[in-house]
Design a protein. Structure first.
Length: 442
């Protein structure tokens, strides 16, 4: 096993459900709170954590004055839906080896969303929104630009409706980039889209994982088509999302090159569950990925201390969440403030559950199935998940992607904890030397 990952796996292993130690800091799980402690207190806490005695640890936290009532209870939240993703095209021109949507069609005949379904979705999202409230309308697939006309009409309708109601509406799209046009660049800039480009490496590495349906590579076409967006982005932001498999683990090189090309930010996501099992990361692969992620994080640290922007999204997000004290009972908004809409108007917990009964949430005709939604939020709460309840990282992680957990379990817990342990150390170093950066990110 790579030595950096081996050490992080060991140092981040759960020893207490209520506290963790990293660098010179005490991390209190309740509320995700960080405290500097002196050497003597750190050593005492280290001994207590080694004993696995949470009662004794809790008593020491009380004497330190950092105990508090629970920040998170067991109740399922009751919140309105304020984000929808529309599968405007359940079809794709690529044949990606690992696609959760089974090359875009979700395992069924290819479908296109009718305009009336898209407009009904917009009405559902904005029907009860109040002035000043925020909402997001996202377009996914398949490949959403295969449904360009519906995408544009829905965007224009949503923008007008949000303006009438004085709501703050944002737009986003995730695309493979190969169908982009210069007109798309102008449209996305006009409506300040957050554009995420799926790109899994440079040149042949990307081509092997994300070929065209006929087998040819897609990298050169992607770069040709995305370049006008990279040059035009002002109100819009064009980011890169790299799905990491055992075949594209050279992350620092990928990060540097994509930032050089002009992407606003670059993020990495491990492939944990594919319909065929192909290209999923095993534990040894995740150890390599963790070592590569730390190498990217160290690049970020050096660049930040030198006063240069280095938009490694995973690092930026981790530091931002630690600084805010993010604590959550779920990994994301799926089934809560966020739902997915299939091409035929079925509602799902998120875009990954389109066509999957495990995440069915009603439809546009009958409305949101609130019983199913409440049951989902009750069952998926991190307090009801194992081994999450005994893990110090549970309120930062939220229990892991629902779709991946249901499909494959939790093979990535060591990886996630190792990354967060590294991020805690990086936070303690950077907050001391670049506090101004954290103020600008808040």
């Amino acid at each position: 096993m790579p030595p950096v990952a081996d050490a992080l796996f060991r140092d981040s292993a759960p020893r207490s459900a209520i506290a963790h130690l990293a660098a010179s800091q005490l991390f209190v799980v309740n509320g995700s709170r960080l405290y500097d402690v002196d050497d003597a207190t750190f050593a005492e806490l280290e001994t207590l954590l080694a004993s696995n005695d949470d009662d004794a640890i809790a008593e020491r936290l009380t004497r330190l004055g950092v105990d508090a009532p629970p920040f998170i209870d067991d109740a399922a939240p009751s919140i309105p839906v304020r984000a929808l993703s529309l599968a405007v095209a359940q079809k794709c021109n690529l044949g990606c080896t690992y696609c959760y949507a089974q090359e875009g069609s979700f395992g069924a005949a290819p479908k296109s969303m009718a305009l009336d379904v898209a407009l009904q979705s917009v009405e559902l999202l904005l029907r009860e929104i109040s002035p000043g409230e925020r909402a997001n309308l996202a377009f996914l697939g398949g490949e959403p630009l295969a449904g360009r006309a519906v995408l544009r009409a829905a965007t224009k309708h949503a923008a007008a409706l949000a303006a009438q109601r004085d709501a703050k509406l944002t737009f986003s799209i995730t695309t493979n980039g190969t169908l982009l046009t210069t007109d798309d660049a102008a449209f996305f800039e006009e409506h300040a889209f957050a554009v995420t480009i799926s790109i899994d490496g440079i040149g042949a590495t990307h081509d092997a994982l994300r070929p065209m349906k006929g087998g040819n590579g897609s990298y050169e076409r992607l770069i040709e088509r995305v370049t006008p967006l990279l040059q035009k982005q002002r109100a819009m932001q064009v980011s890169a999302r790299v799905t990491v498999t055992p075949r594209n683990l050279e992350l620092p090189q990928t990060l540097r090159e994509l930032l050089r090309l002009g992407f606003h930010s670059v993020g990495f996501s491990p492939m944990l569950a594919s319909p065929t099992g192909r290209d999923e990361l095993a534990r040894d692969d995740l150890a390599v990925m963790l070592e590569q992620m730390v190498a990217c994080g160290e690049l970020f640290e050096r660049e930040l201390l030198a006063g240069r922007r280095f938009a490694f999204a995973n690092m930026v997000n981790a530091l931002r969440e630690l600084h805010k004290g993010t604590h959550r009972p779920y990994p994301c908004g799926a089934g809560a403030a966020y739902l997915g809409v299939s091409a035929d108007g079925a509602l799902a917990a998120c875009h990954r559950f389109v066509g999957d009964e495990a995440g069915a949430m009603g439809d546009l005709t009958q409305g949101i199935d609130e019983r199913a939604r409440n049951a989902w939020l009750t069952e998926r709460h991190v307090h009801r998940q194992e081994p999450c309840r005994g893990c110090w990282a549970r309120y930062l992680c939220g229990g892991g992607c629902h779709h991946e957990v249901i499909a494959r379990g939790r093979p990535s817990c060591d990886y996630i904890r190792g990354w967060l342990h590294y991020a805690l150390g990086a936070y303690s170093r950077l907050v001391a030397r670049r506090p101004d950066w954290f103020e600008s990110e808040s």
